[in-house]
Write a protein that binds this ligand. Structure first.
Ligand code: SF4
Length: 305
């Protein structure tokens, strides 16, 4: 098997980590590299495990995304959509199993930890009521929102032959850089328009033009489309499945490309050797204000406990 190398790639989440904290970005994309096979107790293994931890809100979002992926993939294979009660019950079971394993900190023993929580690692105080509220309001509430949403009604009406993707990780090349994307769901409607949907479990924010632009650029290449044939849809599950439809016009696409170019250049500018994607910790400073570190999974190795 070819040896894995830490090649430079870009994604929206990588951009967000870079914007959030340079030091956390270094830990996540350089310091933890190779940690899946590193010995227990080594620094690289510690950073690798800490990188897998989610906050309770991120965890809730992942539970919803995973359940919808399972639901839609099964429906794609069988034509049958499981009822809401069954999906909520299965998700509850998975949440309980992950939460219990996380509380025991079993992620330190797993080769590829899943569903582990920052709050357990650092003993952050979270009441039982709060955990219940997160499951009922965010997880079960979002699944209910999905079943009520116009987007789900349209998915059910669309022949499965017109489903284009269900949450598959894919990539495209942008000016020599590999860009990762994972579109929650895409389908072609009767008029030939391609709808690219993204599930949101958080509150509605301003439309993220970069996200819609990235989806449009990807869809253009993947399914040979003109920009006007792609419609981005942000589906707010917590708001009963309200959907914001957005089209990226040529100007918005140029703006998105400019942002990606700027982000990639900013990341590469801090590298010791950009061609080899080699980084040195000292180029990636900590946040100035320790108060902003309260929820970071890297608090301990960063010295910000
Ligand atoms: S603890 Fe603070 S400074 Fe350190 S990596 Fe996390 S956010 Fe950045």
């Amino acid at each position: 098997m070819a040896e894995l190398t830490n090649d430079f790639t870009w994604s929206k989440s990588r951009h967000e980590k870079f914007a959030e904290c340079r030091r956390a970005y270094y830990y996540a994309y350089y310091g933890s590299w190779g940690g899946w096979g590193a010995p227990a107790g080594s620094e690289v293994r510690e950073l690798y495990v800490l990188k897998q931890l989610s906050s309770r809100w991120q965890w809730a979002g992942s539970l919803v995304h995973d359940s919808l992926k399972q639901l839609l993939r099964r429906a794609q294979a069988t034509g049958q959509f499981a009822p809401l009660e069954e999906v909520v019950a299965r998700t509850r079971q998975r949440a309980r199993a992950q939460w219990s394993a996380s509380r025991e900190k079993s992620y330190w023993r797993d080769r590829k930890p899943v569903g582990c929580l920052v709050e357990h690692e650092y003993g952050d105080p979270v009441t039982g009521e709060e955990w219940k509220r997160i499951f009922e309001e965010v997880v079960a509430g979002s699944l209910e929102g999905f079943y009520r949403s116009p987007a789900f009604a349209r998915i059910r009406e669309t022949p499965r032959t017109d489903w284009l993707t269900v949450d598959e990780l894919d990539s495209f090349a942008f000016e020599g850089t590999k860009i990762w994307v994972a579109i929650d769901f895409a389908y072609r409607d009767r008029d030939g328009l391609v709808h690219v949907l993204d599930w949101k479990t958080g509150k509605e924010r301003g439309v993220d033009q970069t996200q819609v632009g990235i989806y449009t650029i990807y869809a253009q290449g993947k399914w040979s489309l003109a920009p006007e044939q792609v419609v981005g849809g942000l589906v707010y599950l917590g708001a009963g499945g309200d959907e914001v439809a957005v089209r990226a016009d040529p100007e918005a696409l140029r703006g998105c490309e400019a942002k990606m170019r700027e982000s990639i250049a900013g990341m590469k500018a801090l590298l010791e050797d950009p061609a080899a994607n080699r980084a040195s910790l000292r180029q990636f400073p900590q946040l100035e204000d320790p108060a902003s570190c309260r929820r970071c999974p890297f608090r301990r190795p960063c010295g910000r406990l």
